[in-house]
Design a protein. Structure first.
Length: 241
């Protein structure tokens, strides 16, 4: 548990009128940020697509499914690349932090024509056992035996690991492990063709963590600057705190 102490002496404390004036000025900045975010989202939707032609197949609770079948009747698909390599005994604790908010999302997204799934390289039996431990019910598929994770630049070959660097987040960079996090988006047209429309990695997935954004509202914020090199060292799987 984080340190529960707090020193108000180190922060300005003012009368209500001054507090309100400061808050209104900051609201102006928040509104500008919201407008800029809307513009960025529109630009994201306008990005070009690339057609997916490889015949990817995944193992799930209802059997083997192609990438097109993961759309499950929708025209849009979001894939969370959950870090869980075949030789790991548990899923990544940071991905688990993100996934704790997934259970209730798929139903809502379906009403906006979007299917949401997680995909990992670990065999299905490991994914199902871990999902049971965590109490998760969102769709989770294994890409074991497929090049899907490698093609989407979230998993890395033994040669890349030996070299210590690979293409990740749109540049060659150091990789600390065999699998890293990402989110990819796909679209399917009326003819059944599948297109890769967007992928985000590293801090690009930050906005999908609701807990972090609640922390951002608080005086201490994420309070991670005391853990240089690994800001998420504090994170545990929810049954390990």
């Amino acid at each position: 548990m984080a340190d529960a102490t707090f020193r108000s002496q180190s922060h300005p404390v003012v009368a209500h009128a001054e507090w309100l004036a400061a808050r209104r000025e900051f609201l102006r900045k928040e509104k500008e940020f919201t407008r800029r975010r809307d513009e960025l989202s529109a630009a994201r939707r306008a990005l070009p697509w690339e057609e997916v032609t490889k015949p990817y197949v995944f193992d799930g609770a209802s059997g083997r499914r192609t990438l097109a079948e993961l759309f499950d009747g929708c025209s849009q698909l979001i894939v969370y690349h959950f870090m869980f390599a075949p030789d790991w005994e548990a899923g990544c604790k940071s991905c688990s932090f993100w996934a704790d908010s997934f259970n209730g999302i798929p139903l809502h997204l379906r009403h906006r024509d979007v299917s949401l799934v997680a995909i990992s390289r670990a065999p299905l039996a490991k994914l199902q056992a871990y999902a049971k431990r965590m109490g998760w019910s969102f769709p989770w598929y294994s890409s074991q035996g497929s090049t899907f994770n490698f093609d989407l630049n979230v998993s890395f070959t033994p040669e890349e690991q030996a070299a210590g660097e690979a293409f990740y987040n749109y540049e060659k960079r150091r990789i600390p492990t065999s699998d890293l996090v990402g989110i990819s988006v796909f679209a399917r047209d009326d003819a059944g063709k599948v297109f890769h429309t967007y992928s985000a990695y590293a801090r690009g997935v930050d906005m999908m963590n609701g807990a972090y954004h609640y922390l951002d509202l608080t005086p201490k914020g994420r309070d991670e600057d005391t853990q240089p090199g690994n800001p998420q060292a504090w994170v545990r799987r929810h049954d390990e705190y």
